[in-house]
Design a protein around this ligand. Structure first.
Ligand code: GCB
Length: 866
């Protein structure tokens, strides 16, 4: 069959609905014809879909933000004349316009909430029909988010459903998207007051006498109540029908016991058993309050909230995730011992709130009003609409305890040097006004939950009064990362508490970037090592545990996520995750398990730190064990060691011979094993025939290449009989960062290896024996400002002029191997450069760097015996 006819079949859809009286819901995710302005070639895609899954991670800060079009043709049977048809989107970023047979049936602004369009009037019965959906993710100053540290992936990235109902049905449109609202205004351990609010639409040509029922099922799925009302609906009328019920001895919902009730609402004709429409929803019964004295109190019990934030993207998928991944993420979070989650920075997939209800995870959910506000009515209105949609769509979930509406809203303002005082005042004014409107709307819709916003470390939030608007505030605090000093964290909190003694505080974000490829025993801020991540999280956990007025904390972030402008050790990825973007776990995830789980837990840290390179046999190796016991044992062969546990950490300092060792840690109830391999640095030059020497020059961190499995060990100063650098300094681009350059190094996946370097280096020496060797030097020019294209477009004489920039000779054992090496001129700036030299020596290798202009530098060095 030719492709064109296959194509036609793929897109020609006959909806095989069973035309029973009740509503019929089905996904229409498969085989849409997709085209976009970026790439004119049409292709067939399945929803969930984003067009930015790849380009948001490619070189350069931009990814396509514009219009994408989805098309499909389908046959609508005659019988549908008796029905109403709706399209229900769970989320599509960010302006979505739907046409049926070229008639516009609706437009929705905002990328993170659901919406429903009634397409009934646009259908042609007994004929083919066309749907065209245009989605646009271009920057729009009237739609939040204006700016944020994550990718605004475009597309219909959540499920799309077609819903067919009887002409008499529960309302689907408007922000509540078909849910009956279930309110629990009063709950205590004896009684729960529950209100069920529905809206019924009569789209038929006649007035109708109807019966509306709500059946209630307990968490054991037994029906224990049927509430019922008779109503009369005239033609075209929509009517609210509410029920209330007092439930005695309620089975309360909590993280330990997430009991869920179910309500099923039905419409039938008066005196008829035939059901015209049916909807259902789960709900939970719980109450809570928060104060500085008691912290967060759920069902009368204080509970310190500890958990994480979570973004909705994933390796290679962008934000177009199957529900399975949404569910498994939250299971992983629960298994960490967390009891709270912040769905930063936007409402997430409906599946997310379902799983949080089921697992028992408390939720702070928020709308994406981030970093900046536009002072227009349109921007304010969309923000308010988003909050309405979020609240009404997710109202029934007992897991949700906080409705958020702003994140770091003054951050752009604070860092903008060009803004005038008057502009600044105007920004503050419009932000405060919007916050007041959002607060009012939040409370109007739901007076029983807490309202919240997240602030960055700046007093403007207090001074402007914005921090006093919501019930509670969250601070996003990055002491020990963006600002110096881990202890400054607690000091900051204490100052806040002294000034605002009645304000319960939440730490909505904290954490450093960490890369599983980078390991060290001497962690420092900005080295991206897992050890520094452990150090920071340990300290923050201790400091929060010591302060009752802090009612909770959520780590930034559960998983690494895409952010196209970031230039960290993995470019385009924010690496503050407790797990990687593919959800493989970093050590820190297991540390939280040891801190938070009640059941016995033990874990030998260092999943990516199995090779250890101490200096010599007198130098001990540090083995870190995470455990929630008081004491743990570590067995290596026949030897057994015991250590006390502090802050869920036991440290064993051991001297082990060269070679592989099986470690087994136990607390007597559970155990964990790991193999490590020890190689002493002093022996490396003697053993060069057996294994190469690879050094990550300019840093105290070991780097493991994920492709080759090779470890580039931390750098060291030369000492006789060994190897190491002579002269120079650790390169530091930004005085705040203690080492390296924060740039995407072109032409390599091993950015950290090239990002750190030694500048002004005089020599690198290896005291190896006579023989033939391959010596590989790694460089990257970190400074040169001209763009790469410029360099390639220059003619020879123009290039010659650039020799004034950094240039040096590489001499090996006195012989010049590279003359006038000018990395910018010859390769381009910020590009990985690798040069291998074959070297014959009688005794030792000494690589000397002779500067012609600027300072010499070196990123890495590898020596192999040939
Ligand atoms: C923040 C923001 C968050 C960023 C994070 C970071 O304060 O709220 O969106 O991703 O810092 O990693 O810089």
């Amino acid at each position: 069959m030719k492709f064109s006819s296959l194509f036609f079949i793929a897109l020609f859809l006959t909806w095989s609905f069973n035309l029973s009286a009740q509503r019929n819901i089905q996904t229409i995710n498969s085989a849409w014809e997709f085209s976009s302005k970026k790439n004119d070639a049409t292709k067939i895609v399945n929803i969930p879909h984003t067009w930015n899954a790849e380009d948001a991670f490619e070189d350069g800060k931009d990814y396509f933000r514009g219009k994408g079009t989805y098309k499909k043709t389908f046959f609508v049977p005659e019988e549908w004349q008796e029905k109403r048809a709706f399209l229900k989107f769970e989320g599509s970023n960010q302006i979505t316009t739907v046409f049926v047979n070229d008639l516009k049936v609706g437009e929705h602004r905002g990328g993170y909430t659901g919406f429903v369009f009634d397409i009934s009037e646009a259908l042609k019965f007994g004929k083919e029909n066309k749907i065209r959906i245009e989605v646009n993710n271009a920057h729009n100053s009237n739609i939040p988010p204006l700016d944020a540290d994550f990718n605004f992936y475009g597309g219909i990235y959540r499920d799309l459903h077609l819903i067919l109902t009887n002409k008499i049905h529960f309302e689907l449109e408007n922000e509540a998207t078909g849910n009956m609202l279930i309110k629990t205004p009063e709950v205590n351990s004896e009684n729960a007051q529950v209100v069920f609010e529905t809206k019924i639409v009569n789209h038929s040509q006649k007035a109708k006498n109807l019966q509306v029922r709500v059946e209630i099922f307990n968490p054991e799925k037994q029906k224990f109540e049927t509430l019922s009302k008779q109503i009369r609906l005239s033609q075209g009328e929509t009517k609210s029908v509410n029920f209330s019920k007092e439930i005695n001895n309620p089975e309360l919902w909590s993280p330990d016991s997430p009991s869920l009730y179910t309500a099923v609402a039905q419409i039938s004709h008066e005196n008829s058993s035939e059901i015209l429409d049916e909807i259902d929803s789960r709900f939970g019964l719980r109450w809570f309050e928060v104060s500085t004295e008691k912290g967060f109190v759920l069902n009368g019990e204080p509970i310190k909230l500890i958990g994480a934030n979570r973004h909705q993207d994933y390796k290679d998928l962008g934000n177009a995730l199957p529900n399975k991944i949404h569910r498994s993420d939250y299971k992983t979070i629960k298994k960490m011992g967390a009891n709270v989650i912040r769905t930063a920075h936007y409402p997430q997939d409906p599946e997310v709130y379902k799983i949080c209800d089921e697992l028992g995870l408390l939720v702070w959910t928020e709308v994406p009003v981030i970093n900046d506000v536009t002072d227009t009515e349109a921007y304010h209105d969309v923000s308010l609409k988003m909050q309405r949609e979020q609240i009404l769509q997710f109202f029934n979930h007992p897991s949700i305890v906080m409705w958020g509406y702003m994140n770091e809203i003054f951050i752009r303002l604070v860092f903008n040097n060009e803004i005038t005082e008057a502009e600044k005042e105007a920004k503050i004014k419009t932000s405060v006004e919007l916050a007041k409107k959002l607060e009012k709307e939040t409370k109007r819709l739901d007076p029983h939950r807490l309202s919240v916003m997240a602030l960055h470390e700046n007093q403007l939030y207090n001074e402007s009064g914005i921090a006093d608007i919501p019930d509670v505030i969250g601070w996003n605090l990055y002491f020990g990362w963006y600002s110096p000093g881990l202890e400054s964290f607690g000091e900051f909190l204490d100052r806040q508490h002294t000034r605002y003694p009645n304000r319960p505080l939440f730490i909505s974000e904290y954490g450093p970037g960490a890369d599983s490829r980078l390991q060290t025993d001497e962690p420092k801020p900005w080295d991206y090592s897992e050890a520094y991540q452990l150090k920071l999280h340990r300290s923050y956990l201790n400091q929060v545990q010591a302060r009752d007025y802090v009612f909770g904390m959520t780590a930034w972030n559960f998983a690494d996520f895409g952010s196209s402008f970031r230039q960290d050790s993995r470019p385009y990825i924010n690496q503050k995750g407790l797990v990687n973007i593919d959800r493989s776990k970093k050590d820190i995830y297991h540390y939280y398990q040891a801190r938070l789980l009640d059941e016995p837990f033990i874990y030998i840290a260092g999943k990516n730190y199995e090779k250890r390179y101490p200096i010599d046999e007198n130098d001990s190796i540090e083995i870190t064990v995470f455990s929630n016991a008081d004491k743990v044992k570590l067995n290596i062969g026949n030897a057994e060691f015991t250590s006390e546990v502090e802050d869920a950490i036991a440290i064993f300092k051991l001297s082990l011979p060269t070679g592989k060792h099986q470690l087994m840690a136990t607390d007597g109830k559970v155990s964990h094993s790991r193999e490590i391999e020890v190689k002493y640095r002093k022996k490396l030059v003697l053993d060069i025939a057996k294994s190469n020497i690879l050094v990550n020059v300019g840093t105290q961190v070991n780097f493991t290449d994920e492709t080759t499995g090779e470890t580039w060990i931390s750098d060291q100063e030369y000492k006789e009989g060994g190897f190491g650098y002579v002269g120079g300094n650790v390169y530091q681009k930004n005085e705040h960062k203690f080492q390296g350059t924060a740039s995407d190094i072109l032409g390599t996946e091993n950015d950290p290896l090239f990002q750190t370097m030694r500048e002004g280096i005089e020599a690198y020496k290896f005291d190896v024996k006579e023989g033939k060797y391959r010596l590989t030097l790694l460089f990257a020019e970190p400074d040169y400002k001209a763009s790469e294209e410029n360099i390639y477009n220059l003619n020879e004489s123009q290039k010659e002029k650039l020799t004034g920039l950094r240039s040096f000779d590489v001499r090996i054992n006195g012989e010049t191997f590279s003359k006038n090496l000018n990395l910018a001129r010859d390769y381009g700036n910020i590009r990985a450069v690798k040069i291998s030299y074959v070297v014959k020596t009688q005794n030792g290798i000494s690589v000397e760097f002779e500067e012609n202009s600027g300072k010499a530098l070196l990123s890495g060095i590898k020596l192999e015996k040939l």
